[in-house]
Design a binder for this molecule. Structure first.
Ligand SMILES: Cc1ncc(COP(=O)(O)O)c(C=O)c1O
Ligand SMILES: C[C@@H](O)[C@H](N)C(=O)O
Length: 350
Protein backbone atom coordinates (compact mmCIF):
# COMPACT_ATOMS: atom_id res chain seq x y z
CA UNK A 1 0.00 0.00 0.00
CA UNK A 2 2.42 2.68 -1.26
CA UNK A 3 0.57 6.02 -1.53
CA UNK A 4 3.34 8.41 -0.40
CA UNK A 5 4.12 9.55 -3.93
CA UNK A 6 4.41 8.26 -7.48
CA UNK A 7 8.10 9.07 -6.97
CA UNK A 8 8.19 5.91 -4.82
CA UNK A 9 7.08 3.68 -7.69
CA UNK A 10 9.62 1.66 -9.66
CA UNK A 11 10.07 1.72 -13.42
CA UNK A 12 7.97 -0.18 -15.94
CA UNK A 13 9.46 -3.44 -17.22
CA UNK A 14 9.32 -2.37 -20.88
CA UNK A 15 11.32 0.75 -20.02
CA UNK A 16 13.84 -1.24 -18.01
CA UNK A 17 14.28 -3.76 -20.84
CA UNK A 18 14.81 -1.02 -23.43
CA UNK A 19 17.32 0.71 -21.16
CA UNK A 20 19.22 -2.53 -20.52
CA UNK A 21 19.30 -3.21 -24.26
CA UNK A 22 20.80 0.23 -24.88
CA UNK A 23 23.59 -0.32 -22.37
CA UNK A 24 25.11 -3.13 -24.44
CA UNK A 25 26.44 -0.89 -27.20
CA UNK A 26 28.64 2.09 -27.94
CA UNK A 27 27.08 5.32 -29.20
CA UNK A 28 27.92 9.00 -29.45
CA UNK A 29 27.73 10.87 -26.15
CA UNK A 30 26.19 14.16 -24.97
CA UNK A 31 23.01 13.91 -27.01
CA UNK A 32 24.66 13.20 -30.35
CA UNK A 33 23.63 9.55 -30.80
CA UNK A 34 21.25 8.35 -33.51
CA UNK A 35 18.79 7.35 -30.80
CA UNK A 36 18.83 10.88 -29.34
CA UNK A 37 17.97 12.26 -32.76
CA UNK A 38 15.24 9.68 -33.24
CA UNK A 39 13.57 10.49 -29.93
CA UNK A 40 13.82 14.24 -30.48
CA UNK A 41 11.98 13.67 -33.77
CA UNK A 42 9.42 11.51 -31.95
CA UNK A 43 8.52 14.54 -29.83
CA UNK A 44 7.84 16.49 -33.04
CA UNK A 45 5.30 13.81 -33.95
CA UNK A 46 3.71 13.78 -30.52
CA UNK A 47 3.27 17.56 -30.42
CA UNK A 48 2.40 17.84 -34.14
CA UNK A 49 5.06 20.48 -34.79
CA UNK A 50 8.81 20.98 -34.66
CA UNK A 51 9.89 21.40 -31.06
CA UNK A 52 13.21 21.80 -29.23
CA UNK A 53 13.79 19.03 -26.64
CA UNK A 54 16.33 19.02 -23.82
CA UNK A 55 16.68 16.05 -21.46
CA UNK A 56 17.40 16.82 -17.80
CA UNK A 57 17.61 14.74 -14.65
CA UNK A 58 14.74 16.02 -12.52
CA UNK A 59 11.47 17.90 -12.68
CA UNK A 60 13.05 20.65 -10.64
CA UNK A 61 15.80 20.99 -13.23
CA UNK A 62 13.22 21.07 -16.02
CA UNK A 63 11.23 23.83 -14.33
CA UNK A 64 14.30 25.84 -13.33
CA UNK A 65 15.93 25.78 -16.76
CA UNK A 66 12.69 26.37 -18.67
CA UNK A 67 12.16 29.54 -16.63
CA UNK A 68 15.85 30.49 -16.84
CA UNK A 69 15.57 30.35 -20.63
CA UNK A 70 13.25 33.37 -20.57
CA UNK A 71 15.08 35.22 -17.78
CA UNK A 72 15.91 38.93 -17.73
CA UNK A 73 17.47 40.93 -14.87
CA UNK A 74 14.77 41.96 -12.40
CA UNK A 75 12.30 39.53 -13.93
CA UNK A 76 9.33 38.24 -11.97
CA UNK A 77 7.75 34.84 -12.57
CA UNK A 78 4.08 34.32 -11.62
CA UNK A 79 2.98 30.96 -10.21
CA UNK A 80 0.20 29.68 -7.98
CA UNK A 81 0.93 30.25 -4.28
CA UNK A 82 1.09 26.46 -3.71
CA UNK A 83 3.19 25.79 -6.82
CA UNK A 84 6.01 23.29 -6.62
CA UNK A 85 8.40 25.89 -8.07
CA UNK A 86 7.71 28.00 -4.96
CA UNK A 87 7.13 25.40 -2.26
CA UNK A 88 9.28 22.38 -3.06
CA UNK A 89 12.31 23.23 -5.20
CA UNK A 90 14.59 24.83 -2.61
CA UNK A 91 14.78 28.06 -4.60
CA UNK A 92 16.23 26.33 -7.68
CA UNK A 93 14.04 28.23 -10.17
CA UNK A 94 15.06 31.52 -8.52
CA UNK A 95 18.72 30.47 -8.43
CA UNK A 96 19.00 29.29 -12.02
CA UNK A 97 16.87 32.10 -13.48
CA UNK A 98 18.19 34.92 -11.28
CA UNK A 99 14.57 36.01 -10.95
CA UNK A 100 11.96 35.75 -8.22
CA UNK A 101 8.53 34.15 -8.17
CA UNK A 102 5.42 36.12 -7.20
CA UNK A 103 2.69 33.86 -5.76
CA UNK A 104 -0.79 34.23 -7.25
CA UNK A 105 -3.87 32.99 -5.42
CA UNK A 106 -6.62 30.85 -6.89
CA UNK A 107 -8.95 28.10 -5.74
CA UNK A 108 -8.25 24.39 -6.24
CA UNK A 109 -4.53 24.98 -6.81
CA UNK A 110 -5.12 26.89 -10.05
CA UNK A 111 -4.13 30.48 -10.83
CA UNK A 112 -7.14 32.83 -10.85
CA UNK A 113 -6.99 34.90 -14.07
CA UNK A 114 -8.27 38.12 -12.46
CA UNK A 115 -5.74 37.86 -9.64
CA UNK A 116 -3.01 37.13 -12.20
CA UNK A 117 -3.88 40.25 -14.16
CA UNK A 118 -3.81 42.34 -10.99
CA UNK A 119 -0.48 40.87 -9.94
CA UNK A 120 1.14 41.44 -13.34
CA UNK A 121 -0.01 45.08 -13.36
CA UNK A 122 2.19 45.71 -10.33
CA UNK A 123 5.34 44.77 -12.28
CA UNK A 124 5.55 47.07 -15.34
CA UNK A 125 8.50 46.72 -17.71
CA UNK A 126 10.17 49.89 -16.39
CA UNK A 127 9.94 48.91 -12.70
CA UNK A 128 13.66 48.90 -12.03
CA UNK A 129 13.17 48.79 -8.24
CA UNK A 130 10.14 46.54 -7.91
CA UNK A 131 10.92 44.17 -10.79
CA UNK A 132 9.33 43.57 -14.20
CA UNK A 133 6.88 40.86 -15.23
CA UNK A 134 8.77 38.10 -17.03
CA UNK A 135 6.82 34.81 -17.30
CA UNK A 136 4.00 32.66 -15.95
CA UNK A 137 4.17 29.05 -14.75
CA UNK A 138 1.18 26.72 -14.31
CA UNK A 139 1.26 23.13 -13.07
CA UNK A 140 -0.70 20.48 -15.01
CA UNK A 141 -1.84 18.35 -13.14
CA UNK A 142 -1.62 20.68 -10.14
CA UNK A 143 0.04 20.06 -6.77
CA UNK A 144 -3.40 19.50 -5.21
CA UNK A 145 -4.58 16.94 -7.74
CA UNK A 146 -6.71 19.21 -9.90
CA UNK A 147 -6.45 19.78 -13.63
CA UNK A 148 -6.69 22.94 -15.73
CA UNK A 149 -9.32 22.61 -18.46
CA UNK A 150 -8.28 23.75 -21.93
CA UNK A 151 -10.37 26.88 -21.46
CA UNK A 152 -8.64 27.62 -18.16
CA UNK A 153 -5.23 27.23 -19.81
CA UNK A 154 -6.37 29.51 -22.63
CA UNK A 155 -7.60 32.14 -20.17
CA UNK A 156 -4.14 32.21 -18.57
CA UNK A 157 -2.32 32.22 -21.91
CA UNK A 158 -4.48 35.10 -23.15
CA UNK A 159 -3.23 37.18 -20.23
CA UNK A 160 0.33 36.04 -20.94
CA UNK A 161 0.03 37.10 -24.58
CA UNK A 162 -1.60 40.45 -23.68
CA UNK A 163 1.45 41.20 -21.55
CA UNK A 164 4.06 39.68 -23.85
CA UNK A 165 4.96 37.00 -21.28
CA UNK A 166 5.92 33.37 -22.06
CA UNK A 167 3.79 30.66 -20.43
CA UNK A 168 5.50 27.62 -18.89
CA UNK A 169 3.74 24.41 -17.89
CA UNK A 170 5.13 22.21 -15.13
CA UNK A 171 4.13 18.83 -16.55
CA UNK A 172 5.64 16.57 -13.92
CA UNK A 173 2.29 14.72 -14.20
CA UNK A 174 1.50 15.79 -17.78
CA UNK A 175 0.29 12.34 -18.85
CA UNK A 176 -2.17 12.07 -15.95
CA UNK A 177 -3.78 15.37 -16.93
CA UNK A 178 -3.73 14.55 -20.65
CA UNK A 179 -5.62 11.28 -20.36
CA UNK A 180 -8.07 12.77 -17.87
CA UNK A 181 -8.97 15.56 -20.31
CA UNK A 182 -8.99 13.15 -23.24
CA UNK A 183 -7.24 15.72 -25.39
CA UNK A 184 -4.01 15.78 -27.41
CA UNK A 185 -0.54 16.89 -26.29
CA UNK A 186 -0.71 19.73 -28.83
CA UNK A 187 -4.13 20.95 -27.67
CA UNK A 188 -3.06 20.93 -24.01
CA UNK A 189 0.11 22.90 -24.78
CA UNK A 190 1.04 25.11 -27.73
CA UNK A 191 -2.41 25.17 -29.32
CA UNK A 192 -3.63 26.62 -26.00
CA UNK A 193 -0.79 29.12 -25.79
CA UNK A 194 1.87 27.26 -23.78
CA UNK A 195 5.44 28.19 -24.80
CA UNK A 196 7.52 25.74 -22.75
CA UNK A 197 6.75 22.42 -21.06
CA UNK A 198 8.46 20.39 -18.38
CA UNK A 199 7.61 16.93 -19.71
CA UNK A 200 7.80 14.46 -16.85
CA UNK A 201 8.34 10.74 -17.33
CA UNK A 202 9.93 9.79 -14.00
CA UNK A 203 6.72 9.69 -11.94
CA UNK A 204 4.92 7.65 -14.61
CA UNK A 205 7.10 4.60 -15.09
CA UNK A 206 10.53 5.87 -16.17
CA UNK A 207 13.66 5.42 -14.12
CA UNK A 208 14.87 8.99 -14.66
CA UNK A 209 13.49 10.80 -17.70
CA UNK A 210 12.51 14.46 -17.82
CA UNK A 211 12.57 16.81 -20.79
CA UNK A 212 12.16 20.53 -21.34
CA UNK A 213 10.19 21.16 -24.54
CA UNK A 214 10.02 24.51 -26.34
CA UNK A 215 7.31 24.95 -28.95
CA UNK A 216 9.25 27.62 -30.82
CA UNK A 217 12.81 26.27 -31.20
CA UNK A 218 13.99 29.76 -32.13
CA UNK A 219 13.29 30.79 -28.50
CA UNK A 220 15.49 28.04 -27.04
CA UNK A 221 18.86 29.07 -28.48
CA UNK A 222 20.40 29.65 -25.03
CA UNK A 223 19.16 26.38 -23.59
CA UNK A 224 22.18 24.17 -24.53
CA UNK A 225 24.42 26.53 -22.56
CA UNK A 226 21.99 26.92 -19.63
CA UNK A 227 21.71 23.14 -19.36
CA UNK A 228 25.44 22.47 -19.49
CA UNK A 229 26.17 25.27 -16.99
CA UNK A 230 23.60 23.68 -14.67
CA UNK A 231 25.44 20.35 -14.99
CA UNK A 232 22.32 18.80 -16.55
CA UNK A 233 23.79 17.54 -19.84
CA UNK A 234 23.89 13.74 -19.61
CA UNK A 235 27.04 12.26 -21.16
CA UNK A 236 25.13 9.03 -21.84
CA UNK A 237 22.05 10.93 -23.02
CA UNK A 238 20.97 7.89 -25.02
CA UNK A 239 19.97 6.21 -21.77
CA UNK A 240 17.32 8.90 -21.31
CA UNK A 241 16.35 8.50 -24.95
CA UNK A 242 16.03 4.74 -24.49
CA UNK A 243 13.59 5.25 -21.64
CA UNK A 244 11.52 7.69 -23.67
CA UNK A 245 11.69 5.28 -26.62
CA UNK A 246 9.85 2.61 -24.64
CA UNK A 247 7.72 5.16 -22.74
CA UNK A 248 6.31 6.72 -25.91
CA UNK A 249 6.06 3.50 -27.94
CA UNK A 250 2.51 2.27 -28.59
CA UNK A 251 1.18 4.90 -26.15
CA UNK A 252 2.58 3.07 -23.12
CA UNK A 253 2.87 6.42 -21.32
CA UNK A 254 -0.86 7.05 -21.74
CA UNK A 255 -1.80 3.55 -20.57
CA UNK A 256 0.37 3.94 -17.45
CA UNK A 257 -1.25 7.28 -16.61
CA UNK A 258 -4.74 5.87 -17.22
CA UNK A 259 -4.02 3.08 -14.77
CA UNK A 260 -2.73 5.45 -12.11
CA UNK A 261 -5.79 7.65 -12.57
CA UNK A 262 -8.15 4.67 -12.43
CA UNK A 263 -6.66 3.57 -9.12
CA UNK A 264 -7.18 7.11 -7.80
CA UNK A 265 -10.79 6.97 -9.04
CA UNK A 266 -11.27 3.75 -7.03
CA UNK A 267 -9.79 5.45 -3.96
CA UNK A 268 -11.97 8.54 -4.39
CA UNK A 269 -15.13 6.42 -4.78
CA UNK A 270 -14.34 4.42 -1.65
CA UNK A 271 -13.54 7.48 0.46
CA UNK A 272 -16.57 9.42 -0.80
CA UNK A 273 -18.97 6.59 0.09
CA UNK A 274 -17.58 6.14 3.60
CA UNK A 275 -19.16 7.30 6.88
CA UNK A 276 -15.87 7.53 8.73
CA UNK A 277 -13.48 9.16 6.28
CA UNK A 278 -13.96 11.83 3.64
CA UNK A 279 -12.38 13.52 0.65
CA UNK A 280 -10.76 16.82 1.63
CA UNK A 281 -11.55 18.25 -1.82
CA UNK A 282 -12.40 16.83 -5.24
CA UNK A 283 -9.36 15.86 -7.30
CA UNK A 284 -9.12 14.56 -10.86
CA UNK A 285 -5.57 13.24 -11.24
CA UNK A 286 -3.64 10.48 -9.47
CA UNK A 287 -3.48 12.49 -6.26
CA UNK A 288 -6.21 12.16 -3.58
CA UNK A 289 -6.45 14.20 -0.37
CA UNK A 290 -8.48 12.67 2.46
CA UNK A 291 -9.41 13.40 6.06
CA UNK A 292 -9.03 10.37 8.33
CA UNK A 293 -9.63 9.81 12.04
CA UNK A 294 -6.12 9.82 13.53
CA UNK A 295 -6.61 6.32 14.94
CA UNK A 296 -7.47 5.05 11.45
CA UNK A 297 -4.36 6.75 10.10
CA UNK A 298 -2.25 4.99 12.72
CA UNK A 299 -3.97 1.68 11.95
CA UNK A 300 -3.13 2.05 8.26
CA UNK A 301 0.49 2.90 9.01
CA UNK A 302 0.67 -0.06 11.39
CA UNK A 303 -0.41 -2.35 8.55
CA UNK A 304 2.31 -1.00 6.30
CA UNK A 305 0.54 1.71 4.35
CA UNK A 306 2.91 4.47 3.29
CA UNK A 307 1.51 8.00 2.93
CA UNK A 308 2.13 11.52 4.26
CA UNK A 309 -0.03 13.76 6.36
CA UNK A 310 -0.53 17.11 4.61
CA UNK A 311 -0.77 20.70 5.78
CA UNK A 312 -4.34 21.99 5.71
CA UNK A 313 -4.95 24.71 3.10
CA UNK A 314 -6.61 27.89 4.35
CA UNK A 315 -9.84 27.53 2.40
CA UNK A 316 -10.87 23.93 3.05
CA UNK A 317 -14.65 23.58 2.70
CA UNK A 318 -14.89 21.30 5.74
CA UNK A 319 -11.89 22.03 8.01
CA UNK A 320 -10.07 19.22 9.75
CA UNK A 321 -11.56 18.57 13.18
CA UNK A 322 -9.93 17.55 16.45
CA UNK A 323 -8.90 13.89 16.19
CA UNK A 324 -8.67 13.98 12.38
CA UNK A 325 -5.73 14.26 9.99
CA UNK A 326 -5.43 15.45 6.39
CA UNK A 327 -3.42 13.00 4.27
CA UNK A 328 -2.13 12.88 0.68
CA UNK A 329 -2.58 9.63 -1.25
CA UNK A 330 -0.83 9.26 -4.60
CA UNK A 331 -1.39 6.36 -6.98
CA UNK A 332 0.94 5.29 -9.76
CA UNK A 333 1.28 2.95 -12.74
CA UNK A 334 2.30 0.27 -10.21
CA UNK A 335 -0.63 0.67 -7.81
CA UNK A 336 -2.75 -2.48 -7.68
CA UNK A 337 -6.48 -2.68 -7.06
CA UNK A 338 -5.80 -4.79 -3.95
CA UNK A 339 -3.61 -1.98 -2.52
CA UNK A 340 -6.58 0.37 -2.72
CA UNK A 341 -9.11 -2.16 -1.42
CA UNK A 342 -6.89 -3.11 1.54
CA UNK A 343 -6.32 0.56 2.40
CA UNK A 344 -10.03 1.39 2.25
CA UNK A 345 -10.88 -1.61 4.41
CA UNK A 346 -8.46 -0.42 7.11
CA UNK A 347 -9.46 3.24 7.18
CA UNK A 348 -13.21 2.52 7.02
CA UNK A 349 -13.14 -0.04 9.83
CA UNK A 350 -14.24 0.92 13.34
C1 LIG B 1 4.18 19.12 -9.46
C2 LIG B 1 5.64 18.77 -9.39
N1 LIG B 1 6.51 19.47 -10.16
C3 LIG B 1 7.82 19.23 -10.14
C4 LIG B 1 8.33 18.23 -9.35
C5 LIG B 1 9.83 18.08 -9.31
O1 LIG B 1 10.28 16.85 -9.63
P1 LIG B 1 11.65 16.34 -9.00
O2 LIG B 1 11.31 15.90 -7.62
O3 LIG B 1 12.04 15.23 -9.89
O4 LIG B 1 12.62 17.48 -9.00
C6 LIG B 1 7.48 17.45 -8.55
C7 LIG B 1 8.00 16.34 -7.72
O5 LIG B 1 7.38 15.33 -7.52
C8 LIG B 1 6.11 17.73 -8.56
O6 LIG B 1 5.25 17.04 -7.76
C1 LIG C 1 8.30 17.12 -3.02
C2 LIG C 1 7.10 16.29 -3.31
O1 LIG C 1 5.97 17.08 -3.41
C3 LIG C 1 7.23 15.57 -4.60
N1 LIG C 1 7.25 16.57 -5.66
C4 LIG C 1 6.06 14.60 -4.71
O2 LIG C 1 5.12 14.86 -5.45
O3 LIG C 1 6.09 13.59 -4.07
Amino acid sequence: MFFASDNWAGAHSAINERLMNETTRFAAAYGNSDLDRTIEARFNDIFEKEVAVFFVATGTAANSLALANFAKPGGVIFAHADAHVIEDECGAPDFFSGMRIAPVEGTAGKIDPARLKARISRFPQDAVHHGRANSISITQATEVGTIYSLDEIRAISAIAKENGLPLHMDGARFANALVKLGTTPAEMTWKSGVDALSFGGTKNGCWCAEAVIFFDPEKAKEMPFLRKRAAQLFSKSRFISAQFDAYLKDDLWLDLARHANSMADLLREGLASSNSVRLAWQTESNEVFAVLPIERMHAAHAKGAKFYDWSEPANMAQPVQEGEMLVRLVTSFATERKDVEDFLEIVQAG
